[in-house]
Ligand binder design. Structure first.
Ligand code: SF4
Length: 419
């Protein structure tokens, strides 16, 4: 590796995803107010939530087998936390704090941490029952996924609109969230958008927060006009893998039910409607060249790639697979930054949103060569971010939400009732 991760927080974030960390006995994570490790969401996060230098939030693997051999070790000295690599101190880090609302209960008596969890600084909610691919015999789940292992453990099974709303309210008050992300798996009858509808309406009407949804691609694409109308700001489609034979192998349920093309069609359609449309892939499950092709395809359509790093989670079909090598990942994330900037896609605009489970495209500037040539574009996005953040911080979330809508590059092409 050419770059020095002691000086480069982006490279350190990437390297920690790939290598994990060992936690020294001196550490008192929960006693010091750190966030407890939760097995939630669609199978890529299970680790320690921390904040690296330059404010980079991350979720570092600790429980998986590969992390036991990591060159990185977390130490506690005089109440502070430091990452070491082979006896050398790399940097001081901050533990992401455990929100007090995690231990509060909803009026129905459920622990709020089982309703939603903070991923970095946003609230993630998996509101409905387990993805149906996990219930088939034999299972048709994506082979890296742990959702069917998690629900009912750290995550409640079914969540009412009121339970979710009370949790969102508590997270807004204490953790100052600006964004709620709803995630569903596949359900027979393509019911996932209908299921999410009442949650979205309630949160948008009462709190005006930004809302994102991550579901399979509905066969009736006009449904996304309705989702836009009720206040969805971001849609995300996880096709995971661009190489079709590999997609078929890793994601049998998705292939049988939808096929890769339907994911791609949905991205193309929705990138012309929403403020943000994401195509999500998992780097490390196909060749780096194929991941880069996916990034180019997604950005050509005006959507923004979300690039996760494969993590062989315990209990999944791929638990014994090796994690990807950092050196193989660097060109992917370099391309992610350059492709977004070349196509003038608005990255880094979302207010007060730091994501721990993936490298955000704007964080990839730490890996990119010649990033200074985008100085003016970055300054423009920074200004937009500061303006929106100030509105949210002042409690003007409805105004901020309207401004996000006005900033939508697609606005002038939308039907009048959606502008
Ligand atoms: S679609 Fe795949 S990744 Fe998503 S919840 Fe179902 S099995 Fe997991």
């Amino acid at each position: 590796m050419q770059m020095n991760n002691k000086m480069n927080p982006g490279l350190l974030k990437l390297d920690l995803y790939c290598k994990g960390i060992r936690i020294d006995d001196s550490c008192l994570i929960e006693e010091d107010g750190g966030r407890k490790i939760m097995r939630t969401r669609a199978g890529l996060g299970s680790g320690l939530e921390v904040i690296l230098p330059h404010g980079l939030y991350t979720n570092i693997p600790v429980v998986e087998a590969f992390a036991k051999n990591s060159p990185y070790v977390l130490y506690r000295k005089a109440g502070k936390y430091f990452i070491y690599r082979e006896e050398e101190e790399i940097c001081r880090i901050t533990l992401s704090s455990q929100p007090l609302w995690y231990t509060q209960k909803t009026s129905s008596g459920k622990l709020m941490s089982t309703i939603g969890s903070l991923q970095g600084t946003y609230l993630a909610v998996y509101p409905s029952k387990v993805c149906e691919y996990w219930l088939r015999k034999p299972h048709a789940n994506c082979k890296f996924c742990s959702v069917g292992l998690n629900l009912g453990v750290d995550d409640a099974d079914e969540k009412s609109v009121n339970e979710v709303f009370e949790t969102v309210l508590a997270a807004r008050k204490e953790s100052k969230i600006t964004y709620v992300d709803f995630n569903t798996g596949h359900y027979p009858g393509d019911t996932y958008l209908d299921i999410l509808d009442p949650y979205i309406r309630k949160i948008k009407k009462e709190l005006g927060l930004l809302i994102g949804i991550q579901t399979p691609p509905h066969h009736d694409l006009t449904k996304y006009y309705h989702m836009k109308k009720i206040g969805v700001n971001r849609v995300s489609f996880c096709f995971e893998i661009f190489d079709e034979p590999r997609f078929i192998e890793v994601c049998p349920g998705k292939n049988e039910q939808y096929g890769l093309k339907r994911y791609l069609d949905a991205i193309e359609f929705c990138s012309k409607i929403f403020e943000t449309c994401n195509g999500e892939i998992v780097a490390g499950l196909e060749s780096p060249e194929s991941s880069i092709k996916a990034i180019d395809w997604i950005t050509d359509k005006g959507a923004i790639p979300t690039v996760c790093i494969f993590r062989p989670l315990i209990g999944t079909d791929y638990q014994d697979e090796p994690p990807p090598k950092t050196e193989d990942m660097i060109p992917i994330f370099q391309r992610l930054y350059h492709a977004c900037m070349e196509k003038k896609l608005p990255i880094g605009v979302a207010p007060n949103i730091r994501v721990s489970l993936v490298m955000l495209p704007e964080e990839c500037k730490y890996l990119a060569e010649n990033s200074k040539k985008y100085f003016f574009l970055e300054a423009k996005y920074y200004l937009a971010n500061r303006t929106l953040s100030a509105l949210f911080n002042a409690g003007l979330s409805q105004t901020a939400s309207r401004l996000v809508n006005v900033m939508n590059k697609n606005r002038k092409n939308l039907p009048a009732d959606l502008r």
